[in-house]
Design a protein around this ligand. Sequence first.
Ligand SMILES: Nc1ncnc2c1ncn2[C@@H]1O[C@H](COP(=O)(O)OP(=O)(O)OP(=O)(O)O)[C@@H](O)[C@H]1O
Length: 356
Amino acid sequence: MYKTLSRNNYMANIIEVKKLSKRFALADREVSALSDINLDIEEGDIYGIIGLSGAGKSTLVRCLNFLEVPTEGNVIIEGRELAKLSARELRRERTRIGMIFQSYNLLMQKNVLDNICFPLTVHGLPKKEARAKALELLKTVELEDKARAYPAQLSGGQRQRVAIARALASDPKILLCDEATSALDPKTTNSILQLLKEINQKLGITIVIITHQMSVVQEVCQHVAIIDQGRIAEKGQVEEIFNHPKSRAARLLIIEGKDPEAWTDGVSRTREEIKTDRKIRIVFSGNSSYEPVISNMILTTGHAVNILLADTRDVGGVAKGQMILGLPEEETAQAAVISYLKEHGLSVEEVSDHVQ
Ligand SMILES: Nc1ncnc2c1ncn2[C@@H]1O[C@H](COP(=O)(O)OP(=O)(O)OP(=O)(O)O)[C@@H](O)[C@H]1O
């Protein structure tokens, strides 16, 4: 249960998933949603679980708090084996695990304050105390001025903030987020992710984020597990997996992006222009600023490249992310471009049209 960090310093796993499988029995057949899942999530981590549609993400997140009981295996929360708990103990355990969803799940007939008070009064907290706590939580999510508003009067981002405040009301140790930003535009997504980061740092809550977007994982997660057809394809530190994706699923999610808007408008036009299909992927992992690198490369080598995919962000003046470049036709020009990029500290790998 404990990992040694140094001689006197131990990092505890707050969630352990052991050999977990989940099968659903249908009238005529059985569906295997998850097979042999093993995960260790450290206390204080922001852990991403990413996969394509149907991979098993939602089933896995529901198994983490036994809303869905696994067919085999176990989940251990702070040393307590969920499979061994009575129904009552399980209900108590669940109050320490908050959950938010893509669809917010707010009570539309109640105002914001009452939505947050509801789980508190249900658990017996006097109304006055519940309201005081709900008002505090509204400050945490920066919605003090919306206490009397109804969910229908709020934007998607504001509704998700209310859902977060409600999830925090029972002082959880863990917050599970199931596609919590999938319905939001990029700017609102970012503000919700920053709020989750703040909650993680200030309140010390461990956060598990289920998503199909690598950009979400990159923005906030320290560790990630990639799930493919119900199995863990790859797991580890986000930066390591992003820089060197090995499994088919990781390469699909990272290199092809599955985020079609990330591809530049000129993909088809560019493919005609370059007459060569040779493409490389470069990864910016922190010590280079991408615009000067690419423009300096063109100036120095005299060879142009086509930017087929640019999924880069400026983090405090430092480039993070990736680009896929279409190389010039001539082999000597290709070699010059590749060696320039490598000399300037970028990781370079060849990519094919279809990730295998
Ligand atoms: N209650 C259920 N009964 C039968 N099959 C189910 C049930 N829940 C999920 N499944 C199946 O399990 C597999 C995994 O589904 P799940 O919803 O966990 O995937 P997901 O990665 O969350 O997908 P999405 O991103 O599309 O929501 C799918 O094949 C799905 O059809």
